[in-house]
Design a binder for this molecule. Sequence first.
Ligand SMILES: Cc1cc2nc3c(=O)[nH]c(=O)nc-3n(C[C@H](O)[C@H](O)[C@H](O)COP(=O)(O)OP(=O)(O)OC[C@H]3O[C@@H](n4cnc5c(N)ncnc54)[C@H](O)[C@@H]3O)c2cc1C
Ligand code: SF4
Ligand code: SF4
Length: 657
Amino acid sequence: MEIKTGVYICHCGINIANTVDVEHLVEAAKGWDTVAVAREYKFLCSDPGQEIIKKDIKELGLNRVVVASCSPRMHERTFRNACQQAGLNPYLFEMANIREHCSWVHSDKELATKKAEALLRAAVRRVFYHEPLETKESPVSPNTLIVGGGIAGIQAALEIADSEHKVYLVERDPSIGGHMTQLDKTFPTLDCSQCILTPKMALVGSHPYIELMTYSEVEEVSGFVGSFKVKIRKKARYVDEDKCTGCGLCQEKCPWKVDSEYNAGLGKRKAIYTPFPQAVPNIPVIDKEHCAYFLKGTCRACEKFCDIKAINFEQVDQIVEVGVGSIILTTGYDVFNPSAIAQYGYGKYDNVITGLEFERMSSATGPTGGEIRLKDGRQPKSVAIIHCVGSRDKNYHEYCSRVCCMYGLKFSHLIKEKIPDADVYQMYIDMRCFGEGYEEFYKRLCEEGVNFIRGKVARVTDRAISDEEKGKLIVQCEDTLLASLMRVPVDMVILCVALEARADAERVARMFNISRRADGFFLERHVKLDPVATPTDGVFIAGCCQAPKDIPDTVAQASAAAARALAVISKGKVILEASVATVNEALCQGCGRCEELCEFHAPKVSRKNGQLPVSTINEALCKGCGACAVFCPTGAISVKHFTRDQILAEVEALIEV
Ligand SMILES: Cc1cc2nc3c(=O)[nH]c(=O)nc-3n(C[C@H](O)[C@H](O)[C@H](O)COP(=O)(O)OP(=O)(O)OC[C@H]3O[C@@H](n4cnc5c(N)ncnc54)[C@H](O)[C@@H]3O)c2cc1C
Ligand code: SF4
Ligand code: SF4
């Protein structure tokens, strides 16, 4: 069959046309074998632009199409659809990226045009070898897995469950709630964190469409969008969930105390514990690492006092397997450990504390019942709040953590509310109050008698050089507005620590086959246009696992991720990639290297009807990544749409320059 290729070059407004000579490309393409028509247009992705291509396919009988424009990531689907609408198989299309690869990265018009011509010629040569391919469909499981039960996971779970689709919500801790349960009041509205969160937690706990698995972790994930298989480890609580009434007697009687994680180490909990009174579920767990019975073989006080016999020391971990169509990761953040910045004295001075520790101290449910106290029990009369601890700092995290200016301001208000005559100092680099009502909150604080010092703190010390400084912590800093060095003596220092990626983010990312950014947070598919999707179809992200953010943004993102999961469910089927690996059985030796290599578990080596072993590709699992094709020692595997002929034609055209 005669190959008739249509070549279309886009100006992209002036994005391409300013640096690449589009008319020259058209004239050059007209002279190439197989090119039946070459045209240019201002915006090929527009409806009139696509119409030009469709009309040519129909009227000139084109059987190949090449568009030279932007990245295939942006518009490959647009042009493939246009081809399909005109009756041409969408895989008979090829795209040359002359914007990101030429006009945006070069300034010399002549050289940029030369490179664009080479890329265009390579696409025309390659498309000659393209073959029509057919996509396949696969059914979708209507269930969703959500990993992480902070506010992001809770919001996403309720959105999906309220539309009567099943959700498995997996939370590592004994209760859902995440960091929001530890906060006192929330900026900028100052509503009590627990008051707005616990109703949602209770709804999750009783929702008929949510299967809550706390004290659990995902161990293994396989499959693909629409059909994931997930293994979850439900850790032994040593308490029978069906019998326990949550009366709390076991916790009262347990003689063993350890630091409470919930109270950020400021208070104690027992070896058998529920993290906080409103925990969901309200069922305790025995912390095996601190329980006297597990450590020394004696005690069992909890068992003796539990009348309904809910304590069960024989309980073992369970592995539960579930099938889901989509996965939403909402695993949140860790807070930066400021002992890394030795000059701020965290861990050295009793009254240097972190923001999270202050939240627990200020909260009515905290270890001091909401009283702001120094280590020796006195009320502080002066407090310094240091911003950007571990954020905006080349030595730790270069990014801005986005919430600490605001929570630092919130702390000023909370201190002034409880100790009106206290001197409060905000020591900041820039005040970043960008959200709704944030600037107004800042203005309000300025009127509450808070002192603002603009400059980075150099050190916190207890070395007094005057009577006024004796017995105090002295904050040494520069006030850049007054251009003067300062020593500010205070009773308490609060460090506004950075939000950072979870310590196990790399392991989690690998398990769900997603990527991380250089700063460690999970990477979205497109920062502007696809912010809750990931490069792995059917795996979405929301909340602080994607980047530091406040509660309003976390909730908005969680709702967006839920909408994406619901869209997968409502479609009812997924289209499987047509560009998958195939095996030439005559060449395959059945060595199994492809099976070992493929991270999607697509190849399987087996004996068909007692013959020699050969590899077969499960097309539903194959992502067309090509790893097996590269490593197959006999060259038996090739990937459709990336065949040897296609790649070599492209390379040859490029090196002709
Ligand atoms: C000191 C401080 C004060 C703040 N004050 C405010 C405020 O006043 N207003 C405001 O808007 N924002 C505030 N924030 C920000 C707020 O905490 C976050 O926006 C919010 O908590 C993000 O929720 P999340 O669900 O994304 O993450 P998290 O709250 O971190 O929840 C993540 C959950 O996932 C679980 N998890 C983690 N890994 C796994 C795993 N592998 N498997 C299963 N479960 C897992 C965790 O146990 C946790 O329950 C503050 C932050 C700090 C540090
Ligand atoms: S057996 Fe363990 S959990 Fe139970 S009361 Fe004793 S120390 Fe506490
Ligand atoms: S939010 Fe404010 S305190 Fe936090 S890192 Fe950004 S600028 Fe610094």
